[in-house]
Design a protein around this ligand. Structure first.
Ligand code: MTE
Length: 320
């Protein structure tokens, strides 16, 4: 039997932080007098609604009916209180802590192999993009899933706007680093900033989406404000949050998780129920907010859109 040593930085096993445990944590916080931060609805942080958002008038955009779900939408209260965002802590209950993140100014750098490098403010960028709403499934590598309505725009629109040069083969994205508001950054064994990458073919695939909103409103901080990636055929760790840099490059980037544990979190990370994670099965997934466990689908059910991207890639570890 292979014994795998647990490392302090490893993503937790699928059993980690059961929702009932998380919920009782909030009950304890309330009893300790932190009640005002918790709404009667059972978890959506009150501070999230505090400051008016300068892009609020853009929501909700029209839903694109091309993308459909095979399951009910996850209730909002679960999607916004059960999060992975290591910059704020390595547990699921970071939604209150994340409210400290400053969203303005939010400057985005577009650089590397592009016609003209630039820095552009989020409020300017978003008004140049074709906004729409899409309902997507999201499958975390930890074997839980949700189905949510993202608002935002096709990543292809941003790639077109950036005008990459012919030599650009990959798009690397980078998350904000702000030591003042992100306590998770003090975990110095992690290779901050959080980065992720796609091939240009993946980035311009119609499914690749930049989410700026969730449930018809600007996206909450804990879900990756001001803008985050949503690539629903890949495990959730590819969907990088709170992006401040889009870097076009010739070389395949090595992501945050790949730097840490390359044999568990590879570059491609496409969802496949038949390829186990080194420490658990990927055959099924727990549906967030329910007690249901359902079969996981190849490419998370999005094969008709993306399988062709990989048809000639022999010898690549496409599913881990
Ligand atoms: N992006 C950053 N910057 N930091 C993170 O820790 N976690 C990833 C991904 N993007 C993460 C991130 C993982 S593991 C998942 S499953 C999703 O965000 C979770 O997104 P959600 O909290 O909106 O469900």
């Amino acid at each position: 039997m292979t014994v795998i040593r647990q490392r302090p930085w490893a993503l937790p096993d699928s059993a980690a932080t059961d929702e009932s445990v998380y919920r009782s944590r909030r009950t304890i916080l309330k009893a300790l007098g932190f009640g005002p931060l918790i709404t009667a609805a059972g978890g959506v942080p009150a501070l999230a609604a505090a400051a008016p958002d300068p892009t609020g008038d853009l929501y909700p955009p029209t839903r694109n009916l091309r993308y459909r779900l095979d399951r009910p939408l996850t209730e909002e209260k679960y999607a916004v209180t059960y999060n992975n965002f290591y910059e704020f802590g390595s547990h699921k209950g970071i939604s209150d802590t994340a409210q400290a993140m400053k969203l303005r100014p939010w400057e985005i750098k577009i650089d590397g192999l592009v016609e003209k490098e630039m820095t552009i403010g989020f409020d300017e960028l978003i008004r140049k993009m074709p906004l729409e709403e899409r309902v997507y499934r999201h499958r975390c590598v930890e074997a839980w899933s949700m189905a949510v309505p993202w608002s935002g725009f096709a990543l292809k629109a941003l790639v077109d706007f950036a005008k990459p040069l012919g030599a650009a083969k990959y798009l690397q994205m980078e998350t904000l680093v702000d030591k003042e508001t992100m306590p998770g950054l003090s975990a110095s064994w992690y290779p901050w900033p959080y980065t992720e990458g796609l091939t240009i073919a993946e980035a311009t695939n119609e499914l690749a989406f930049i989410a700026t909103g969730l449930y018809g409103k600007p996206i909450p901080k804990q879900n990756g404000a001001a803008l985050r990636l949503a690539v629903p055929w890949k495990y959730g760790f590819k969907s990088i949050k709170s992006i401040v840099r889009f870097h076009f490059t010739e070389q395949r980037p090595i992501s945050f998780w790949e730097t840490i544990l390359a044999n568990e979190y590879g570059f491609w990370a496409n969802v496949n129920p038949e390829v186990d994670h080194a420490r658990w099965s990927q055959a099924t997934e727990r549906v967030l907010g329910t007690n249901d466990r359902v079969p996981t689908l190849l490419y998370n059910g999005y094969g008709e859109f993306v399988a062709d991207l990989y048809k000639d890639m022999k010898g690549e570890k496409l599913f881990m």
